[in-house]
Design a protein around this ligand. Structure first.
Ligand code: TPP
Ligand code: MG
Length: 378
């Protein structure tokens, strides 16, 4: 209930409550270095000095991860994957933050961070294996400093804080970056991790991709204040960045990771972005959101603005764009071929990795399941 002794809040102070804030209007206090039209803008606290080669490289990342994603959606639609969570629209948030990591840093994803996986050199076919149900995770987290995908909303924030406290005790020159969504901010786990990170001054950056929706629940059902402001209640800084601006995401995440590495504790980054696709391939967003919202966000496409910037500043010619298109097509075709070639696991393999050592109960269950399978006609 409102406290009558406090002054009424203005719409400016509480911008998330209006449905319009999910649309075209840029919210206040947004760190932006590249406008949707591809114009460079300055920010007093954040800047970035990228060579033309670095900008082209970021653009290549954005284009290639979109192509991986589109191929995966097509594979699911053709019955080759059980499910897929598309990153469409969130490429800049993921590439910008992912490219801010050093090899020594550790990243903890949810299930949509295909762009970050790309930055951590995880072979995209391994992501497909997970969603095809032919592996139990897909990659070795230690090899890539990229943890396994986590479906239980928010739980990876606790794992990440624990990891960060570990590297703090090892005195390592490294930080931890943990990804979660706007919906996850309502989970107890996320709030508990904020407290632990804060009181132990853990070297961690909380990267919230606010894509405006948690399946069919809109942002205004998660919070009455902009999410980045939650951080101040826990005692660490929060910043809201244009999540469709790869330059700004890179600059803001770099600075926050460096602060974490140098003993300045956690930061919450809210990357203000939009999920342009369905929640997953099982979802139909036309049942709960209006088409005009998506149309407004299409004008803020994270890839188009970098392309406009490259064109306007003559940093890339047509041959560059043509070669990249060909590379993206090739990547998609190669991924499809390798996805279909992955061997199916044997049903009894599921018992192999439950415990490290043999276990009598597992042996019994394996034998029961083997007998059950024997009962089918060959
Ligand atoms: C603990 C838990 N509760 C519920 C779910 C079901 N669930 C899967 S995704 C999702 C919404 C998550 O939304 P958000 O955090 O905004 O991430 P996004 O999918 O938008 O990237 C929910 C409720 C779950 N996986 N785990
Ligand atoms: Mg969300």
């Amino acid at each position: 209930m409102a406290n009558p002794s406090e002054p009424a809040l203005t719409a400016q102070e509480w911008p998330v409550t209006a449905e319009a804030s999910r649309g075209a209007e840029a919210p206040p206090e947004l760190v932006q270095l590249l406008t949707p039209e591809g114009e460079r803008v300055e920010h007093p606290d954040y800047d970035i000095d990228l060579t033309p080669e670095e900008v082209r490289s970021l653009y290549r990342d954005l284009v290639l991860v979109r192509s991986i994603d589109l191929e995966a959606v097509a594979l699911q639609r053709q019955g080759e994957l059980g499910i897929w969570a598309s990153l469409l629209g969130q490429e800049a948030a993921q590439i910008g933050s992912g490219r801010a990591l050093t090899d020594a840093d550790m990243a903890f994803p949810t299930y949509r961070e295909h762009g970050v996986a790309w930055c951590r050199d995880v072979d995209p076919v391994k992501l497909l294996g997970l969603f095809r149900g032919v592996n139990h995770g897909g990659w070795d987290p230690k090899e890539h400093n990229f943890h396994l995908y986590t479906i239980v909303i928010g739980s990876q924030t606790l794992h990440a804080v624990g990891y960060a406290m570990g590297i703090q005790r090892d005195d390592a020159a490294a930080a931890t970056l943990v990804y979660f969504g706007d919906g996850a901010t309502s989970q107890g786990d996320v709030n508990e991790s904020f407290i632990w990170a804060s009181v132990f001054n853990a070297p961690i950056v909380f990267f919230c991709q606010n894509n405006q929706w948690a399946i069919s629940e809109p942002l205004e059902k998660q919070t009455r204040i902009p999410l980045y402001r939650r951080a101040s209640g826990f005692g660490f800084p929060g910043v809201r960045v244009d999540g469709n601006d790869v330059f700004a995401c890179l600059a803001v995440t770099r600075k926050a990771l460096e602060a974490a590495r140098t003993g300045q504790g956690p930061t919450l980054i809210e990357a203000f972005t939009y999920r342009m696709g369905a929640h997953t391939t099982t979802d139909d967003p036309t049942r709960y959101r209006v088409a005009s919202e998506l149309e407004a966000w299409k004008l803020k496409d994270p890839i188009e603005r970098v392309k406009a910037y490259l064109f306007k500043n003559e940093l890339a010619d047509q041959a560059f764009f043509d070669a990249l298109d060909a590379e993206a097509d090739q990547l998609g075709a190669d991924l499809r071929r390798r996805c279909l070639a992955m061997p199916d696991p044997q049903p009894l393999d599921i018992f192999d990795h439950v415990y490290r050592e043999p276990h009598s109960l597992i042996d019994e269950e394996r034998a029961q399941f083997a007998a059950y399978l024997e009962g089918f006609e060959k």
